[in-house]
Design a protein around this ligand. Structure first.
Ligand code: CA
Length: 221
């Protein structure tokens, strides 16, 4: 493996509980029946897609770009009000290990949250390069479509079999597998492991610690 494609929320940042609370608060304020659990079920999609779908389901109409961004900005503010997010426990050791072994570290995320995207190097560590990031701003079709991972693969110029996806969400695993990439799931959230295996994850680990132990002992690094 030469290149590792890291999802952001739930893999790099321990941000999902705060995202879930922010989504539920803002969506319910706008009249949508949207719970914290719905947030975990939708994890991986861009926020814009989540809002588009909610408006379609409630009002059977296409959302305008303006209202999508209005709700998304409110959600972003609700998220920031909940305070700083920490890195996922153990992820810094994984990143340090890969960097030491000269692996490319990419970020492939449906996020458009500037407070997270712009602070990876200060909040997590000096592992990230803007030219190796695919975000909600880059893609036409977000996860579970394979486009974000295919874009990372295309830009990194490595063979597919030398690229590895690290994901925590079922729809993210689906995107990685649909892109034809080896996909490791680290189950940092409340869903059962089966939700990740069912999407075709090649491996499922309960935490970054177990992933690091496996990477150290495996022949892929
Ligand atoms: Ca995630």
């Amino acid at each position: 493996m030469k290149a590792f494609f890291f999802d952001q929320d739930g893999i790099l940042y321990n941000s999902m509980p705060k995202h879930a609370r922010a989504w539920a608060e803002v969506m319910q304020r706008h009249g949508f029946n949207f719970t914290e659990e719905d947030c975990f079920m939708n994890e991986g999609r861009t926020g814009q897609d989540v809002i588009r779908e909610a408006i379609w389901e409630l009002e059977h109409r296409e959302a305008t770009e303006e209202e999508i961004w209005e709700i998304y900005d409110e959600k972003g503010e609700a998220f920031i009000r909940q305070g700083e997010v920490e890195p996922i426990e153990g992820v810094i050791d994984v990143l340090r290990f890969l960097k030491k072994n000269k692996k490319e570290i990419w970020v492939v995320t449906g996020s458009a949250q500037a407070s997270l995207l712009d602070n990876l190097n200060t909040r997590i560590g000096p592992f990230f390069d803007r030219s190796r990031m695919i975000t909600a701003f880059d893609v036409t079709h977000g996860k579970p479509d394979p486009e974000p991972y295919l874009m990372a693969w295309d830009r990194c110029k490595q063979p597919k079999k030398e690229c590895c996806v690290i994901e925590n969400a079922p729809l993210g695993v689906r995107a990685g597998k649909a892109a034809g990439l080896f996909t490791i799931a680290v189950n940092t959230g409340p869903l059962a492991d089966a939700a990740l295996w069912n999407e075709g994850a090649d491996l499922v680990f309960p935490s970054m610690k177990e992933l690091l132990e496996w990477l150290r002992g495996s022949c892929i690094v």
